[in-house]
Design a binder for this molecule. Structure first.
Ligand SMILES: [Zn+2]
Length: 370
């Protein structure tokens, strides 16, 4: 088994480097469009036929584009045609990200140097390697992609690295249940609540700002809204990174989460909140926990999300009225607890029973975790 990670670096380009790469992207798009048009008109996504028909002409129209990139543009065009089954003409945004194969880019991850082919020859660029990326540098480079962000006028290099995944910890198997929510971002079955005051305040600030801007509805308000949304997204991502790191670095070796793909989250949590943001951020937290756990040889399991908030974690009595906002009180045995914590304990229990089912199965049998 292997693990794949994508690292992103901001490129520091020499004088004239940015202009050269922008011209390269435009030439690449021109080559792409020519190949895709031919494929669309002749109703084929065959790369070989496309090559024979268009190569000479493309070389003439973009003479400075390295031939490897001409081929890459043609391959991308054929792949795009295949996706739409040649029913419409695939088009490329002029400054969309470009994939570089190893022949047209050399990346040195030790010294932070990338030599990138362009319409004006090879461009030597440098990049700084952030501290948190250093543990990945021993991986094997699988692919490199160059992207351009118009707003900041910056080029970025995305490098996909592959390395063997660490061995799975099987002894001991200790399960932590994690309940994701709106009021508390995450509550763990070991009584940890992730909802610090600064996070709460910042989130409230964004919610207020968003609703103010939405009610205004002017053009400048919409523009401001986009900027604010981006800032909020980065804030949430940062929070998710911190929480997942703390969770994964605990002594537990198995993390149980609700399978949210099967349930409408907002239904049980109330409608008042911006569900789009939450669905997305719940999923992001899950992804972060998953990949951080994977690196440590720990597991993540998804459990059935139904009734986790209504069920009593002591006697198992399931009743809608057991829960009232953040309070949980069992109508049968009288057990009282914070509702999210009760849910987290149910998730942990479901995770443990899931796990025992799994270990009882013969190795070659595939088991669905839900
Ligand atoms: Zn009970």
């Amino acid at each position: 088994m292997t693990v794949i990670r994508t690292l992103t670096f901001k490129l520091l380009l020499p004088e004239g480097g940015r202009a050269a790469l922008i011209s390269t992207m435009k030439a690449y798009t021109a080559a792409f469009n020519e190949s895709s048009r031919w494929g669309f008109e002749n109703h084929t996504y065959n790369k070989f036929r496309n090559h024979t028909a268009t190569y000479g002409h493309v070389r003439e129209s973009v003479p400075d584009l390295p031939s490897s990139l001409v081929q890459s543009a043609r391959d991308c065009a054929c792949d795009a045609l295949k996706v739409v089954k040649c029913k419409r003409l695939p088009e490329r945004i002029p400054l969309a990200a470009m994939r570089y194969n190893q022949r047209v880019i050399t990346v040195n991850l030790i010294h932070g140097i990338a030599t990138i082919a362009s319409v004006r020859g090879r461009i030597k660029s440098t990049f700084t390697i952030p501290e948190h990326c250093k543990k990945y540098l021993h991986g094997v480079i699988k692919s490199s992609t160059l992207s351009y962000r118009k707003q900041s006028r910056q080029f970025f290099l995305h490098i996909q690295l592959e390395f063997p995944s660490p061995e799975l910890i099987t002894e001991p198997l200790t399960t932590l249940g994690i309940d994701r929510g709106i009021v508390n971002i995450a509550v763990c079955s070991d009584n940890t609540f992730f909802n610090s005051k600064p996070v709460k305040n910042t989130r409230a600030k964004y919610t207020r700002l968003r609703s103010q801007l939405q009610s205004k509805g002017t053009r400048s308000a919409r523009r401001k809204l986009r900027v604010v949304a981006g800032r909020e997204r980065r804030f949430v991502t940062d929070v998710n990174h911190c929480i997942s790191k703390q969770i994964v670095n605990s002594s537990y070796t198995v993390f149980a989460l609700e399978d949210l793909s099967k349930i409408r989250v907002q239904k049980r949590r109330g409608r008042e909140f911006n569900r789009r943001l939450n669905n997305w951020s719940f999923y992001e937290l899950e992804q972060f926990i998953r990949y951080k756990a994977e690196e440590l040889g720990k597991q993540v399991i998804l459990v059935d999300a139904r009734y986790t908030s209504q069920k009593c974690s002591v006697c198992g009595h399931t009743y809608k009225g057991n829960r009232n906002g953040s309070d949980f009180r069992c109508r049968k045995c009288g057990f009282k607890l914070h509702a999210d914590l009760n849910a987290a304990r149910n998730i942990a229990q479901a995770g443990i029973s899931c796990l025992s089912r799994l270990t009882c199965q013969p190795a070659e049998c595939s088991v669905s975790l839900t």
